[in-house]
Design a protein around this ligand. Sequence first.
Ligand code: PLP
Length: 390
Amino acid sequence: MSHVMNTYARLPVAFSHGKGSRVTDTEGREYLDALSGIAVNTLGHAHPRLVAAIAEQAGRLIHTSNLYGAVGQERLADRLCALSGMQEVFFGNSGAEANEAAIKLARFYGHKKGIELPTVIVMEKSFHGRTMATLSATGNYKVQVGFEPLVAGFVRVPYGDLDAIRAVAEQNPNIVAVMLEVIQGEGGIHLREPAYYQGVRQLCDAHDWLMICDEVQCGMGRTGKWFGYQQVGVQPDIATLAKGLGSGVPIGACMAGGRAAGLFGPGNHGSTFGGNPLVCAAALTTLDCIEEEGLLANAENIGKLIRQRLAAGLADAQGVVDIRGHGLMIGIELDRPCGVLVTQGLAAGLLINVTGDTVVRLLPPLNFSERDASELVDRMIPLIKAFLAG
Ligand SMILES: *Cc1c(COP(=O)(O)O)cnc(C)c1O
């Protein structure tokens, strides 16, 4: 009997090693990885430059403490701010922690304005994490049930509905921020027209609210731009990162600019491990590789290719509702629950995922090649067709 707490429905496979977009299981079978450990392995597996940078840093210093100067954090924050248009960064260890920092910043901002019960507008079908505040912000009852009382200070509206936000603004004087994912990941790869996000930005400006973008899944080049909000032409006050930031080492970041910059001082927030030299070295190398290997353009081009070839190959299949996404964040929505495709994919040598019950989700590494893409599409099409026919 396992002594690991039973919190995951694990697939009956375990991996031994990987190289690029391929991983090998403990029985020696190879798989094409179109999931990247859920948008984490930005550079695929065992990228030589990342491996060398981590080894080099581990041989020098893994951890010191935020009691002391942090050269790696300074360098990484400089790079992230230059890319994101933000002004300062707090480093934690995960997406949930990045979002906790964002929620704390929003509350702090409210209290500074004299709002005693600061409230954040959040979205249906959103996912922000599993800590008490972030699960309370999450728009999925399954994540919350059994953990009540939830953290107060959130109001939920339908995703994509500006009028719903306007209605809340009229009734509730305590609103301090709107928090959303530009592409909802766990909710089923939902995205809207740029005008929606621009409308949220305008409402935030009109009401002196913070706009918070949870970029934990859609950030770090995944959509073909550094951040999802750049895809839709808005600049939020706060953006959070984690998943792809360190290509597999645990690092999260809460970036603040505009009205959200300069709020926190010493003692307002902290983390023991946050931004230690090891994870900062991995994140800096990830940024270098994305830039020097042209991975933004690759994500955009290969993503387009995958969506086009899937659309062509599935054109005559009954039951495909939509194929959508930006770059290498792709959803194939079917007209019925399709969780079984994950195990069928595994049998076909593919690592894929299903989210929101009916949406096949693809999140390949950003250095996925044209050959990888062809192989993925050639194996996915018969899989989906057989499922829909069955
Ligand atoms: C995965 C995810 C999180 C939570 O990240 P953890 O590192 O698991 O805490 C938060 N927001 C979004 C959009 C995510 O996809």
